[in-house]
Design a protein around this ligand. Sequence first.
Ligand code: ADP
Length: 592
Amino acid sequence: FRLLNYEHTNEMLKKFRNSFGLKSFRPQQFEAVNAALLGLNVFILMPTGGGKSLCYQLPAVISKGVTFVVSPLKSLIIDQVQKLNALGLNACHMLSDVDSSDFDQIYQELVKQESKFKLVYITPEKLNNSNKLRNVILNLYNRGMISRLVIDEAHCVSQWGHDFRTDYKKMGELRSTLMPNVPCMLLTATATPRVRNDILMQMKLRISEESSYTSGNENRLESKLSNRVYLPLIPSSNQLPPNNQKCVFFMQSFNRENLQYKVEYKTSNSAALEKISELIKSRFQNKSGIVYCISRNECEQVSEYLKKNGIRALPYHAGMDDKTRHDTQYKWTNSNECKVVCATIAFGMGIDKPDVCFVIHLSLPKSLEGFYQESGRAGRDGRKALCLLFYNNQDRQKWLRIISTEYNNRNPSAYETHVENIRRIAQYCDNRIDCRRAQILEYFGEIFDRGKCIESKMNTICDNCELFEEKKSRILDVTDKALIIIKGVQKVCHNEDFTIAHLADILKGFQNSKIIEKCHNSLDMHSKLSDLKKNDIERLIRRLIFMGYLKEELKILKHSDTVASYIRLGPNASKILNNSTIKIQFELIDDS
Ligand code: ADP
């Protein structure tokens, strides 16, 4: 890997210290800045708070020409431009609601021989919709005056990402038509291997293997996988010259040592609220935090409840007007007037508050990736912080209903992805034995040894590791039990619809009216798992669904506005039915 020459490096370090006022680089910042200044395409994957912005801002201010930064959120853009201007650096933004005379001034400045602006922030919508902007970009491009195209929050490019935007999807095309020879920098805090590959494919880039860097994650699963898994397929049409496709990759471990992950079973919303209020009053008096809620209504109710209990809470959701939302965020960030924000996921990107001591999810998040991102807003200052998630199966069903109504007929592939995401996060909650941290990191392609959680220096051991010694004797080989369920389903699922709960009732050996009426007490599987608790049976069924031995067919029940999961044989069923060497381990721990 080449380095910049001495003079260039000196200039960069001077700006780093004098303009940005910083003393030492965070992990990989120096390398990324160096790669950008060498004119390479760069993909930066760093956890939130890792200091991604500097990786393009520093190169921007010392490169000739203008850096265009595409960012999804107006508030994020305004914030960044304000920060840069406060440092005396020339940056501007072009948001749709700036009036046209303001735009004209910016355009006039940009088309000057050498414009004063070093960074121009735009939304993807603006880039797609404004011919004038595109003309100015062409003008700059033809004069060699665009130093870099930056795609912030690059996961928005991928429909597998948790925040997909259609306008972002066009960025690859725009780059290859508008500015094909301009180096590109992609930045994101959350990208699973699948999302990562998709981003590269959409942007028509590929990883340059000989020069990709990872740190703090020697154990990445990917290093053990073949390159083919890692590299995207690039469509043969519309290809860029090979050098423009190559991309250097910087990736940091996603482990946040100072965050403590816990999941609690939610018997009811009111019981959870009582616990939250007690917790805040006892452990987090006068400390800042976020309570994530599933709906606007829930935000209002939770904030009311906390207020009644003497906690300075405010709601935040997309149903509130811009000003109120802005005020809430301001009060929470800068004053003592508000300590706890009760929010939907609308409260998210761009929050830069270091001392968030807790993030509580009152309801199930939409995906493990979303959860990582939301809970990751805690503890940016490096201090110990709590990430607590309340879970019950009703929430899982509630999400499945929302997704079924929203996507089922309109967009089958998005529907599948969302359903899979819910199953994944529900599995994370249902799993009462594996290290939480290890589960999260595995999702991002990292192997994490639970020993490090148990011995965590900051005492941030997760709930599963805390009780591991006590519980590990309850991890059993349940292959026989699983086969009873799978064979039972095989016999009946062709002619009848069984929900998870009804199937569990039969296996438990209940004689309720539905079972008697349908003569399900005469099925072979009836009472075959009577030694297990019903909750454990349900969890085991959900695990078998997750493993693909069973699958659930979702049907919306119009009359009750709920979704029923009917159990069928899954795609992997034949494997276990025909192969006696497959063993299934499961923890029989019903502590709900
Ligand atoms: P990200 O985009 O990865 O979430 P930011 O770029 O917003 O992170 O940086 C998070 C915070 O860290 C900002 O307040 C920024 O000023 C600060 N920061 C970035 N790099 C450094 C550094 N090398 N030294 C000290 N502070 C830094």
